[in-house]
Design a protein around this ligand. Structure first.
Ligand SMILES: Cc1cc2nc3c(=O)[nH]c(=O)nc-3n(C[C@H](O)[C@H](O)[C@H](O)COP(=O)(O)OP(=O)(O)OC[C@H]3O[C@@H](n4cnc5c(N)ncnc54)[C@H](O)[C@@H]3O)c2cc1C
Length: 378
């Protein structure tokens, strides 16, 4: 895609596209079939610099612009949705440190995370607080020179292998969203972090998610920013994360469309390639139109990400449209494959299963609509 990026970034993106197709794509079906955690790709991804793509160069990252980061995530997702979900969950954690942490914490955590020496997780959701995370009950109380964190989180991507988990917890139970603070918890170094087995999911089977119970102590130095600033940090992180979800959706949708185009040229019914049928041509045209619209909306958000202005609305527009359009695109692409599309011999059914979560996590489609409407009415 000809996204508006810097010339030197184009070289990096074409290397990432090649890596994704040559290294990630060949294992995607096996990861899905066996539900193998995509962390197996971490060493190769780290060597390419992928684990720090979202971070500035002074934090050890690639310092990519918003459009280039979008293109990179799209390339990874187009090759393997599970790997992209592991990667972008790591970004949610490192973004939390970047946006909320002080210089000491950033210097301690980010270079290693960018180099892929450590893996991060982002723990906001709780069993009774998903769409409205301000309802969380996990809390942190002062104990000695630090905090005791108590509570539980659910559906936390990467947690089972994470070296650090950014945990959002109430330091003031009476203050709603303003009572939330963020903490870095390093589960391999302390006791009191109990991580349940990987959830069994419909799709993104190689992107593992876990429930976590906390009764652990962390030093004050592990708090990200001042007490009460955690919710604001989480919302800024999700503004970025939603653009990355849009990128994952368009990456998979583009792969589905490409598969449908090839199949429409090859598959014959009678003497005709099925691509001769106008009904299928219209489906392909609708797919291409929606894919272009999703990418254009996403670019609007990705470009604004670099300006310093707020882009919550643009990010919600991109996530809402791209994730819903991607579902329609992959569904049409499966239809074009007929019965073969429904089998595991082709990747279409995996694309659909992988795409389904994008309309739910990091704020469901309904929550994106409330964000967009709030912007209109404010
Ligand atoms: C595979 C996977 C990976 C995940 N990874 C992470 C992670 O790494 N970190 C993390 O913190 N969380 C993660 N999550 C959690 C995810 O973000 C939540 O599941 C999501 O935010 C929805 O919350 P919920 O499941 O509690 O649904 P609920 O909040 O219970 O919502 C149920 C339904 O009600 C609708 N609804 C809720 N409120 C409103 C409203 N105001 N108006 C209209 N409709 C509404 C929702 O849209 C939804 O359809 C993950 C989830 C999954 C399944």
């Amino acid at each position: 895609m000809n996204y508006p990026m810097f010339e030197d970034e184009r070289t990096v993106i074409s290397q990432i596209e090649r890596f994704s197709q040559e290294v990630l794509a060949p294992k995607a079906a096996q990861l899905d079939e066996e539900a193998t955690f995509a962390i197996l790709h971490l060493p190769a991804m780290a060597e390419m610099g992928l684990m720090g793509m979202n971070l500035p160069e002074d934090a050890g990252g690639l310092g990519l612009s918003g459009p280039a980061l979008y293109a990179a995530v799209e390339a990874v997702a187009g090759a393997c949705g599970s790997t992209a979900s592991m990667l972008t969950a790591h970004f949610l954690a490192t973004d939390s440190v970047l946006l909320g942490g002080d210089a000491v914490l950033k210097a301690r955590l980010l270079p290693d995370a960018a180099a892929g020496n450590t893996l991060g997780a982002f723990a906001l959701t709780e069993p009774q607080a998903g769409s409205n995370p301000a309802d969380m009950t996990t809390y942190a109380v002062r104990e000695g020179e630090g905090y005791r964190i108590k509570g539980s989180k659910c559906f936390i991507s990467n947690a089972g292998a994470a070296d650090f988990i950014v945990v959002y917890a109430k330091t003031d139970k009476t203050a709603g969203a303003r009572g939330v603070s963020a903490f870095v918890v390093e589960p391999k170094a302390i006791t009191g972090v109990d991580i349940a087995p990987n959830e069994r999911t419909m799709g993104l089977k190689g992107g593992h998610v876990f429930g976590i119970t906390f009764d652990c102590w962390v030093p004050e130095a592990n708090r990200l920013g001042d007490e009460g600033t955690g919710f604001r940090t989480a919302m800024k992180v999700l503004d970025n994360g939603r653009i990355e979800v849009a990128a994952q959706a368009t990456g998979i949708a583009a792969a589905a469309l490409n598969a449908a185009i090839s199949y429409a040229k090859e598959r014959k019914v009678g003497d005709h390639p099925i691509g001769d049928f106008q009904g299928l041509q219209f489906m392909l045209a609708d797919c291409a139109t929606e894919l272009a619209a999703a990418r254009a909306l996403s670019m609007q958000a990705a470009v604004k990400r670099g300006t310093g202005e707020r882009y919550s609305t643009e990010s919600a527009l991109a996530k809402l449209y791209a994730t819903e359009a991607a579902w329609r695109i992959a569904d049409r692409a499966l239809q074009i494959h007929g019965g073969y599309g429904y089998t595991r011999d082709f990747p279409l059914e995996r694309y659909l299963r992988d795409l389904r979560i994008f309309r739910i996590y990091e704020g469901s489609s309904e929550i994106q609509r409330t964000i967009i409407a709030r912007g209109l009415l404010s």
